[in-house]
Design a protein around this ligand. Structure first.
Ligand code: AMP
Length: 287
């Protein structure tokens, strides 16, 4: 049976579909996105298709998670193309509310997660993860999914949502999915379209330095030294401006007190190329 994708723009209409799916005992999966879809997003849909009967993708550029000087207005959007890609990927319901549907009045209730939001992007982008946690909570309330799929490209986001779901007893399993990269190593991102050809070329230093870090771990180089070498390597690129390079424990995102073999770690980077801020990370362990 060929199912056709339905595009839904209102919460009320979504609730009708979800009620019927629940009545039929369907397993519901959600893939929350901000659109301008690429293979990274599509990989989440594929993972959802594997274990869910009904796959919902949301496309919503959430103003709440952008700072006043960030790129909310110019964030890339192309709903026609996204609709085609989502349909081909096997999405059942594409939820594309506008801002007034999600926030009909100023929002006075927000969800705020402590500790895991403190370092990395939480430190550089104050309020960002409150915006993320709040909109994801709203999407979870609207779609009532059994599973929610998130990319490890945004590893801290996965940590925040996992914490939130546990703390608030949300009956949802969070499924983290691996980072999808271009053939040359650049982590896929909707923001990559902002890059000039020179910036695009120099941005390869992110994935390259993470690959090298992995080799340095094999050689038993200390985490402090690895961090310094990564910083140095990125700084060799004239167009790169480091926001942060951090090595933290994973999944707790706490500083590492004592280096021990088997300890889970994340090497996380955020680097500006011009106005474009790119992130990448390596999740691994001390050898
Ligand atoms: P975004 O539209 O950028 O907010 O991303 C929506 C979802 O797709 C998030 O869970 C991201 O982590 C995930 N995602 C974005 N880029 C990638 C990628 N290169 N590989 C895997 N997942 C990704």
């Amino acid at each position: 049976m060929i199912k056709t994708m339905e595009q839904i723009t209102t919460i009320a209409e979504m609730r009708i579909h979800i009620k019927e799916a629940k009545r039929q005992g369907q397993r519901i999966g959600i893939v929350p996105t901000m659109g301008f879809l690429h293979e990274g997003h599509i990989s989440l849909v594929k993972a959802a298709r594997e274990i869910c009967d009904l796959v919902v993708m949301s496309i919503f550029v959430n103003p709440l998670q952008f700072g006043p000087n960030e790129d909310f207005e110019r964030y890339p959007r192309n709903i026609e193309r996204d609709t085609e890609l989502a349909s081909e990927a096997g999405v059942d319901l594409l939820f594309t509310p506008d801002v007034s549907e999600m926030y009909p009045r100023p929002i006075l209730t927000t969800v705020s997660v402590a500790n895991v939001t403190a370092p990395l992007c939480g430190a550089s982008r104050p309020g960002h993860f409150d915006g993320v946690a709040t909109v994801v909570t709203k999407l979870f309330q609207i779609v009532q999914p059994d599973y929610a799929f998130f990319g490890q490209k945004d590893a801290q986001q996965v940590a925040v949502i996992t914490q939130m779901v546990a703390d608030l007893s949300m009956p949802i399993q969070i499924v983290p999915c691996p980072i999808i990269r271009e053939a040359d190593g650049l982590a896929m991102s909707s923001r990559n379209v902002y890059l000039s050809p020179e910036e695009r070329q120099q941005a390869l230093v992110l994935s390259a330095s993470l690959r090298q870090a992995n080799e340095w771990l094999d050689e038993g180089i200390t985490l402090g030294e690895i961090k310094e070498r990564v910083v140095q390597k990125i700084n060799e690129m004239p167009l790169a401006k480091i926001d942060y390079v951090e090595v933290l424990g994973f999944p707790d995102l706490e500083p590492i007190e004592k280096e021990a073999a088997g300890q889970g770690i994340i090497i996380a980077l955020a680097v500006y190329f011009g106005k474009t801020r790119l992130i990448d990370n390596l999740i691994t362990q001390i050898r």
